[in-house]
Design a protein around this ligand. Structure first.
Ligand SMILES: [Zn+2]
Length: 341
């Protein structure tokens, strides 16, 4: 049996030396040293020996096992290092290759205008708020001084969902939500999507964006409105921009005014874009009608306010010289990438 041990040892060492991958080495290990391996089997058959020889034989087998284990470990380290070396050589990186260009995205022109307006008004202490796009008739019309039979409802073709629910046709209902929750002083802008049953053409889209503004405090006058919008126009369209206020009508403001800016194309000299008037209409505005203030529980004797609203598409088209509103919604990358900054 001692001879058998020697013989297994020799074969095991030979197998170990022959293995040239980690996988081969593991296989050989299982064959000789595993639970069902040859050496283990030999140890189990020790019972056949006379009792006095068993300890000596046990020691011998264990010595051989230790010797083999040691050899295996050495070989494993060698193979592991060799494989790592090979991988490093294969994966060598050529640092002289030119880099791959990663295309950078950019903001949509409408987002750029909204972000710029936010920045301008936040600089004047305004908060940016949002409201729901599915709105109740009350918020979209009635609370804004537009009762069911009011002719102003004809000014807007509204998408009704039920008799009481609709897709908001303006961002003005956000004013009411804010005033219901907060007491003056209020200074907010509310950018967002609005919907009207218009078919799409060069200047119309059934979905577009507005930015609503509202200020309510003690002693707010028309002069505050003019100063605010003049500053906005200068920051949005350039420092030489002039503004002009024309009397107008909106149900929820009194008095009301349309606001024009001097044409940014011809600087007021007259061109095709401004139809030779030198002015471009960009905003609707006015002092908040006392009836609207009363409806949300404010005292119109104590506080007053102004409101304004602008179309984001209109401003973007003027600023970037875009002639067809539909281009803004076709998402053609070739078109949009012209406005990346
Ligand atoms: Zn012009």
């Amino acid at each position: 049996m001692h001879k058998k041990v020697e013989e297994i040892k020799e074969r095991a060492l030979a197998a170990c030396a022959k293995a040239d991958t980690l996988q081969d080495l593991t296989h050989a290990r299982v064959r000789f040293l595993g639970k069902k391996g040859e050496l283990t089997a030999l140890l189990r058959s020790m019972g056949q020996l006379p009792a006095e020889e068993r300890p000596k034989f046990g020691r011998l087998v264990n010595e051989v096992r230790d010797r083999l284990e040691e050899r295996w470990q050495q070989k494993e380290t060698e193979l592991f290092e060799a494989e790592e070396q090979r991988r490093l050589l294969e994966e060598r990186i050529d640092i002289t290759l030119p880099g791959r260009q990663v295309a950078r995205g950019s903001f949509h022109p409408l987002t750029q205008v909204i972000n710029q307006a936010k920045e301008i008004f936040m600089g004047m202490g305004y908060q940016v708020v949002e409201g729901p796009e599915i709105e109740e008739d009350y918020y979209n019309f009635e609370a804004l001084n537009i009762p069911p039979d009011h002719p102003a409802r004809d000014m807007q073709d509204t998408f009704f969902i039920t008799e009481e629910l609709l897709l908001r046709s303006q961002t003005s209902p956000v004013q009411i939500h804010v005033m219901e929750k907060q007491q003056p002083p209020i200074r907010i802008i509310a950018p967002g999507k609005v919907y009207r049953a218009d078919s799409a053409d060069v200047t119309h889209s059934p979905m577009f964006h507005q930015i609503e503004g509202l200020v309510v405090d003690e002693g707010i006058t028309f002069a505050d409105l003019k100063g605010t919008l003049q500053l906005f126009a200068e920051r949005m369209f350039g420092p030489e921009t002039k503004t002009r206020f024309r009397p107008s009508y909106f149900p929820f403001t009194e008095p009301s005014a349309e606001v024009d800016v001097s044409c940014i194309m011809c600087r007021g000299k007259g061109c095709r874009v401004c139809q030779d008037t030198g002015w471009l209409e960009v905003l609707g505005s006015g002092l908040v009608d006392p009836r609207v203030l009363k409806k949300v529980g404010y005292d119109p004797e104590k506080v007053s306010g102004f409101a304004f609203g602008m179309g984001v598409e209109r401003i973007a088209m003027l600023k970037y010289g875009i002639h067809d509103i539909r281009l803004l919604f076709e998402n053609d990358i070739r078109f949009l990438s012209q406005f990346s900054n």
